[in-house]
Design a protein around this ligand. Structure first.
Ligand SMILES: *Cc1c(COP(=O)(O)O)cnc(C)c1O
Length: 407
């Protein structure tokens, strides 16, 4: 048996590989630099162009670019009219922002449990969480896999809820052949560097509703309008005149970030294809390993995976997840855990959320680990990661299984 690096052996590779990273080329840098040399550097023509590109790509009628994915979620909740006393249903297996957006509006996040096979929010659990106070569902396309749109749409129509999709992981994914971004009432994207395409920071909301679109535009810029039609009948003071008609924020995206993201969008299909190739190689390698559980996909989702998660079947391994994680680090494969259930955080505990609330999510959390997945990975990188996983599994395999299965 190969000796683990953590036990004094040689690591599978000499340089560290991380779970995700951006891919920025000279043409991307050029696109941003051109804007910096121009007259407009914030929220000008490049933001408009980028919004049109994104609307075109997703098939949505409207796109609104904002400063980051968290701002996108906050804007969507504001546009949905969420406020104090309301409840917003979301998943616990997500980045905190998916739930924080409800708190920003004075509403209460309610956590529905996940499907233990796909790790996405379970529509039946959404149904069980509905009360007269429920106003919206924030459904997260976890790892990039589309949520069950048809079922969630049905629930939202039945109970008059706003369907907000947190697609921070899911740009370039399709559901039933249709691109993510065109399906929910509002879909939120993030362009953080670990995401599929990046602007350093950046976010956007897509929608088919003109009403939401107008509200999103207001929330993005202080609630200020320059459009005479949106003003409250004030006399026309002069060309300088504008009105603040609601309380909004400064969530503008800069023009140089918009140019960078637009440049990255040209590569999106190529990035997505490479991600799919890597996912296929991982699935093939890991589905044969009895100690690993591979994430299941619904047939409707044609997924551009943002994260690749292996789930350890800890009953079959003579190690803890922590030991597995540390052993992988020593092999120079730096994994990450996505995510600690949101309501486990002290802030949520202080709000009164109890551990045990979502048993499936908590059980899945115990064994999951994200391994490197990004389009710039070479075939050798992919082989190294597979090699490291197999090596660590083999070392910690319980005796009985070790004899039966030659990994
Ligand atoms: C990254 C992420 C966000 C927040 O996006 P930022 O651009 O970092 O603000 C929200 N939800 C999920 C699921 C994310 O992964």
């Amino acid at each position: 048996m190969e000796k683990l690096a953590i036990k004094g052996g040689y690591p599978v590779r000499n340089s560290k590989i991380f779970y995700g990273r951006q891919w920025i080329d000279e043409d991307d840098i050029q696109a941003a630099a051109e804007v910096l040399r121009s007259d407009f550097i914030t929220c000008g023509p490049k933001v408009d162009e980028f919004e049109q590109e994104l609307a075109g790509y997703t098939g949505a009628r409207f796109a609104v670019a904002v400063s980051n994915g968290t701002a996108a979620l906050h804007c969507a909740c504001m546009a949905a009219g969420i406020g104090p006393g309301d409840e917003v249903i979301t998943t616990p297996l997500t980045f905190a922002a998916s739930a924080n957006c409800a708190l920003y509006c004075g509403a209460r996040p309610v956590f529905a449990d996940i499907d233990p096979h796909t790790y996405n929010i379970d529509p039946e659990s959404i149904r069980a969480c509905i009360t007269p106070k429920t106003k919206a569902v924030v459904a997260v396309d976890f790892t990039g896999q589309a949520v069950k749109h048809r079922e969630i749409r049905e629930i939202c129509e039945q109970y008059h809820l706003v369907f907000i999709e947190d697609a921070a992981h899911a740009i370039a994914t399709r559901y039933d052949g249709k691109p993510i971004g065109s399906l929910a009432d509002m879909t939120c994207f993030s362009f953080h560097p670990v995401k599929t395409i990046t602007g350093g920071e950046g976010g956007a909301i897509t929608t088919n509703s003109e009403e939401y679109y107008k509200k999103l535009m207001l929330v993005r810029t202080h609630g200020i309008t320059h459009d005479q039609a949106d003003m409250e009948g004030a006399p026309h003071e002069g060309p300088w005149y504008y009105e603040q008609v609601m309380l909004g924020y400064n969530y503008r995206l800069t023009d140089f970030q918009a140019a960078l993201i637009a440049s990255q969008m040209k590569k999106l299909d190529r990035f997505a294809a490479r991600r799919k190739e890597i996912v296929k190689a991982y699935d093939e390698a890991f589905s044969k390993i009895p100690e690993l559980i591979v994430q299941k996909e619904i047939s409707q989702s044609d997924t551009c995976r943002h994260l690749y998660i292996i789930r350890l079947d800890l009953g079959k391994l003579a190690c803890t997840r922590r030991e597995f994680f540390d052993a992988m680090s020593a092999e120079n494969v730096q994994c990450q855990i996505h995510y600690v259930p949101v309501y486990w955080f002290p802030y949520y505990q202080h709000l009164g959320y109890q551990r045990g609330l979502c048993p499936q999510a908590e059980e899945v959390y115990k064994g999951i680990m994200s391994i490197p997945l990004y389009p710039k990975m070479t075939d050798q990188d992919v082989k190294d990661v597979i090699h490291a996983v197999k090596r660590v599994i083999k070392y910690y395999q319980k005796e009985q299984e070790r004899r039966q299965n030659d990994v």
